[in-house]
Design a protein around this ligand. Structure first.
Ligand code: BTN
Length: 249
């Protein structure tokens, strides 16, 4: 449906907010390549997109695997003017942007803390933020047109096309997502946490949180101004893996 992507089509799909963009048919990881570009001086907002990653990175040292041409796999170089205590908000803003675009596309997506985008509990997109001195690399992976997943992922992953019953144009999705993200980023921190709360399924859920080798079960009560998860018992978690626990009725 979305034809082949090339450098020209990529530039045309992006808002003017993005000063420079690169398309690579294949690379190891767009986050790694964007990190190198950041070291070489890429301006704020630069974007790198690929069709296939041979060593895609996920959160918590996991990998991110997607068949060639099925997904949106991109990274942006950001040079925040605000301090590191607010950098987690960048990942949250990306999650909110993707979630809103999916909803615009008719998919009832929500957020699982911190920035997994899920549909009916299955992950459709993930966000990985890495830093290089004062620069951030924001990596986004969106499962767009996969029609199936390998066995180990079948219960936990989905795609936009599986959720909506139709295929999507990846460059349309990219343009919408980047535009939405740019607007949230430029307003940071104003309004972000309220927008995030409105989309986040984790809040109010009973969860198990695994962080630094420790596992805690509690009700997720809120997200604080820095994007950390606040549990009902008062514990504040700034990074970790959350499992939503089913409550028996
Ligand atoms: C997660 O584990 O949920 C985060 C996944 C982030 C994957 C994206 S794909 C594009 C960018 N490049 C990478 O190597 N990772 C991110």
């Amino acid at each position: 449906m979305d034809g082949s992507i090339d450098q020209n089509r990529l530039m045309q799909a992006l808002p003017a907010w993005v000063p420079a963009a690169r398309y690579l048919a294949e690379c190891d990881s767009t986050n790694r390549a964007a990190m190198q570009w950041a070291k070489d001086g890429a301006p704020h907002g630069s974007l790198l997109l690929t069709d296939y990653q041979s060593a895609g990175r996920g959160r918590l040292n996991r990998s991110w695997v997607a068949p060639a041409g099925s997904s949106l796999l991109f990274s942006m170089v950001l040079r925040p003017r605000f301090g590191a205590e607010r950098w987690a908000l960048v990942g949250l803003a990306a999650g909110v942007a993707v979630c809103r675009c999916l909803r615009e596309g008719g998919i009832s997506a929500s957020l699982k803390w911190p920035n997994d985008v899920v549909v009916d509990g299955r992950k459709v997109a993930g966000v990985l933020v890495e830093s290089e001195r004062r620069a951030l690399v924001l990596g986004v992976g969106i499962n767009v047109n996969m029609s199936e997943f390998p066995l180990p992922l079948q219960g936990t992953a989905t795609s936009m096309s599986l959720a909506a019953g139709r295929r999507f144009d990846r460059l349309w999705m990219l343009g919408e997502t980047v535009e939405e993200f740019a607007s949230l980023y430029d307003s940071l921190p104003y309004g972000l946490i309220d927008s995030y709360r409105a989309l986040c399924d984790t809040l109010g859920a009973r969860v198990r949180v695994e962080c630094s080798g420790e596992s805690v079960e509690d009700v997720a009560e809120d997200v604080d101004a820095a994007g950390a998860l606040v549990l009902a018992g008062g514990k504040v978690v700034s990074a970790g893996e959350v499992v939503h626990l089913r409550t028996s009725v």
